[in-house]
Every structure is written in structure tokens, then in C-alpha cells.
Design a protein around this ligand. Structure first.
Ligand code: VGL
Ligand code: ZN
Length: 211
């Protein structure tokens, strides 16, 4: 049983480029949208993140001549997977999926705007230095319990949940409201094990307490 605290729902990157047909499509990425819409009324605050890259972003394979998608590079000392260009600022692929109900969303965090570093987490860039301000926003509201949903389980959801645990929140990941990239092989399983080992609770949407 989950004890209801002052809580928030974090909706991670439910954008067209991460859904079927998009530039960095996550398998079944759109299947989570009805689940997220259905659970939203159970939360005191709702935050949506939006991956929002300049077209010069160095996480894009196209900005590393001779390198291929999914190859690894070093970005300022941080290992980086090279992705297809995705979620370019102002492009249609960067839009939230039209079926995601944005009406209950209190705050949108746009991340990944610095071309030189990726930002998987809703809390800070991948070098763990520059903060987005989300930690202060939540703590200022007295929120202690966070529920993570969205795309992708093994990247932005994983890094956000891990940072949240490190920042002292009680953290849950709602598995049926997430889908993963799963590159490299078994990455979703690995991410789940690491999250559990770090005190993060993996649940299903049916386990959520009432509003
Ligand atoms: C993501 C790869 C690159 C994500 C964002 O939302 O999980 N993954 N940019
Ligand atoms: Zn990205």
C-alpha cells in the first residue's frame, strides 16, 4: 500500500518524435497516453517535460561527421549515445502527442537546449551541474512523493527518477505508463534493477492510491 503524501506526477517527453512514426520512435510509445491521462487526477501537481534541442545539438549523430546512430562519443567528459535528430525546437516532432491531455499540467520543463550537453533528467543536465529548477519548484511546494511516467523508461525516465531519489524524494515509476528504447540490448531490465537498488519503487497504475 502506498501512503498518500503531497505528490506530483512527472510526465516525461510524450512527444511525437518518441511515438510510432517519429524520429526516435519508442516501441508502443503512444500506448501509455490513455494510462497517463487516466491517473492525472490523483496528483496534487503535474509536471510535463519536453525534450527541446537546437538542430546543432551534439547528441545528434548528424552533427558528428563519420559517426553512426547509437555510436558512443564523449561530450565534455560524459559518455553520450548518438541519436537520430529528434525534438528539434519548434518542429512538429517536438510537439506533445495530441492525445496527451495537457489541461491538468501545471508546469512544462524544456530540457536539452544547451547544444554541448544532453539532459535526460528533468532535474539537471548530464554533467550533473546545471539544474533545471524543478527540485526547487517541488520542494517549495512541499512535495515529497514523485511518480514518474513517460518516455523513455531507460533514458529520460531513468535519469529523472535516479536524480529525484538522490535529491531526497520518495520515488515511484509507473511501469505501465512508461515504454523504453531498450538500446543497448536489455537496457530496460538494467535500468529497472538499478532503480530498485536505489530505493525507487516500481509499480503499476492500478497500485496508485486514490486522489
Ligand atoms: C530521450 C534519448 C534522447 C528520452 C531523449 O526522452 O528518453 N532519449 N533524448
Ligand atoms: Zn533528446
Amino acid at each position: 500500500m502506498i501512503k498518500k503524501r503531497n505528490n506530483a506526477l512527472i510526465i516525461t517527453d510524450i512527444q511525437l518524435d518518441f511515438c510510432p512514426g517519429g524520429a526516435l520512435a519508442v516501441n508502443e510509445g503512444d500506448r501509455i497516453i490513455p494510462v497517463v491521462n487516466a491517473i492525472a487526477p490523483k496528483f496534487d501537481k503535474i509536471i510535463a517535460t519536453q525534450d527541446w534541442h537546437p538542430d546543432t545539438h551534439l547528441s545528434f549523430a548528424a552533427n558528428h561527421p563519420g559517426k553512426k546512430i547509437y555510436e558512443m562519443v564523449d561530450l565534455g567528459g560524459v559518455p553520450q549515445v548518438l541519436w537520430p535528430a529528434h525534438c528539434v525546437q519548434g518542429s512538429q516532432g517536438a510537439d506533445f502527442h495530441p492525445d496527451l491531455d495537457l489541461r491538468p499540467v501545471d508546469l512544462v520543463i524544456r530540457k536539452g537546449q544547451n547544444p554541448g550537453i544532453d539532459s535526460y533528467s528533468a532535474f539537471m543536465e548530464n554533467d550533473k551541474k546545471t539544474r533545471t529548477g524543478l527540485d526547487g519548484y517541488l520542494k517549495g511546494l512541499g512535495i515529497t512523493q514523485l511518480f514518474f511516467t513517460g518516455l523513455a523508461t531507460d533514458y529520460c525516465v531513468f535519469y529523472s527518477a535516479m536524480d529525484a531519489a538522490g535529491l531526497g524524494f520518495e520515488v515511484f515509476v509507473v511501469l505501465d505508463a512508461c515504454r523504453g528504447v531498450d538500446v543497448p540490448e536489455d537496457n530496460v531490465q538494467r535500468a529497472k534493477s538499478v532503480m530498485k537498488r536505489n530505493g525507487i519503487t516500481l509499480i503499476q497504475s492500478e497500485d496508485l492510491p486514490d486522489a
